[in-house]
Design a protein around this ligand. Structure first.
Ligand SMILES: Cc1cc2nc3c(=O)[nH]c(=O)nc-3n(C[C@H](O)[C@H](O)[C@H](O)COP(=O)(O)O)c2cc1C
Ligand SMILES: CCCCC(=O)C(=O)O
Length: 371
């Protein structure tokens, strides 16, 4: 059931999908205003799929609201001046503590699909996490740009296929595997049910096509039973550092650590899975406490502003990952739109750092929040 949408796409006849095709930089005041603009470019059911969350979308809204309950301390007499926003994550140097979260089907948003996203990320000096259900194959996405890149895996019920996918990722030069564990089943997404949404043929995930173009493994669905052995499987077959993504409880963080995770991605999948759970930002401090700096923490779900990045890092995250705004930037401006989105949040972060007396990313991590 978890793989229902992409699976349906693989067997649908060709159809036209009139989505974004512009290639231009974007003039942005902030990332929040992108959603309304993107709704005019992406076909309605595709837009709902991207923008929506599970059930009442309470957690989707709470992901934003929670940032409003912690405050940044203004510090203007420290004598510090922002030097740069660069940082290192799992051995990769990136220009800002912001990366791109894995999202399926970039072809839903723009004709360049993941090639545009990868190029935009590289132009901004950061990395893109390519999804299992990406429109382009992991090899095509890798060829689109130089620089560090991560591959996200959903384990299917076909372990031979899973092992092959991990080996392909290693061969294509991916630097880490992001193993997503919060989709043992697809969430209850009312908008998609109402729209009868399935991935359009234009976004059918090519990782599942065999040499003769026939769909493979995706009809077996994604694994529901996930545990320490699953993490070990991903480690063994990839030979790469494994980030366990979709951790929202300290006990899952401890379990992932014991199973050999090289990183933990605190996330509630952007409010798309279990509605009624706390904001990802609300559970971050307790997870950081459980992890005790033993592995890096990546944080996502609801990040839209430089202040959000600052607050997440001050709460224990090493980097944050950005979801929906990247697809909106891609829809509106192709690779240049993605670059604009990343540059905008970096610009905001720099200003916040200066006003909060943090000269570097490490300084942010040493800063306490109010509230
Ligand atoms: C359209 C869409 C598709 C997604 N597909 C995937 C996916 O294939 N794999 C995955 O691990 N997470 C997926 N996610 C979740 C994101 O990685 C991330 O957790 C979430 O979008 C972060 O929240 P934000 O959009 O509020 O920034 C998807 C999210 C969206 C919006
Ligand atoms: C059913 C999983 C497909 C991609 C995904 O993770 C999402 O839409 O959130």
């Amino acid at each position: 059931a978890a793989g229902r949408n992409p699976q349906a796409a693989a067997s649908r006849p060709a159809e036209t999908w009139q989505t974004g095709s512009a290639e231009r930089p974007l003039q942005l005041a902030n990332l929040l205003e992108l959603e309304e603009a993107a709704a005019k470019v992406i076909p309605a059911a595709g837009f709902d799929y991207i923008a929506g969350g599970a059930e009442d979308e309470w957690t989707l809204r709470e992901n934003r609201a929670a940032f409003g309950r912690k405050q940044v301390a203004q510090r203007v007499l420290t004598g510090k001046v922002v030097t740069d926003t660069a940082t290192t994550i799992l051995g990769s140097r990136i220009a800002m503590p912001v990366i791109i979260a894995p999202m399926g089907g970039h072809g839903i948003a723009h004709v360049s699909a993941e090639a545009g996203t990868a190029r935009g990320a590289a132009a901004a000096g950061t990395l893109h996490t390519v999804s299992t259900v990406a429109t382009l194959s992991l090899e095509e996405a890798a060829q689109a740009a130089d620089g560090p890149r991560w591959f996200q895996i959903y384990l299917t019920n076909d372990d031979g296929f899973n092992a092959e996918l991990l080996q392909r990722a290693r061969a294509a030069g991916y630097n880490a595997i992001v193993f997503t564990v919060d989709v043992p089943v697809g969430g209850n997404r009312d908008r998609d049910r109402r729209n009868g949404f399935v991935y359009p043929a234009a976004a059918a995930p090519r990782n599942f096509l065999d040499a003769s173009g026939r769909p493979r493994a995706i009809d077996r669905g994604f694994k529901s039973r996930l545990d320490a052995d699953s993490i070990d499987f991903v480690k063994r077959h990839s030979g790469l550092p494994v980030v366990v993504k979709g951790v929202a409880a300290p006990d899952d963080a401890r379990l992932a650590l014991d199973a050999g995770a090289a990183g933990i991605q605190v996330s509630n999948h952007g409010g798309r899975q279990l509605d009624g759970t706390p904001a990802a930002f609300s559970v971050l401090p307790a997870i950081a406490d459980a992890v005790q700096g033993r592995v890096p923490l990546i944080f996502d779900s609801g990040v839209r502003r430089g202040t959000d990045v600052f607050k997440a890092l001050a709460s224990g995250a090493d980097v944050v990952a950005l979801g929906r705004p990247v697809l909106y930037g891609l829809a509106l401006g192709g690779w240049q739109g993605v670059q604009s989105v990343l540059q905008q949040i970096e610009r905001e972060l720099r200003t916040v750092m200066q006003l909060a007396g943090a000269a570097t990313v490490d300084d942010i991590r040493r800063t306490g929040l109010i509230g």
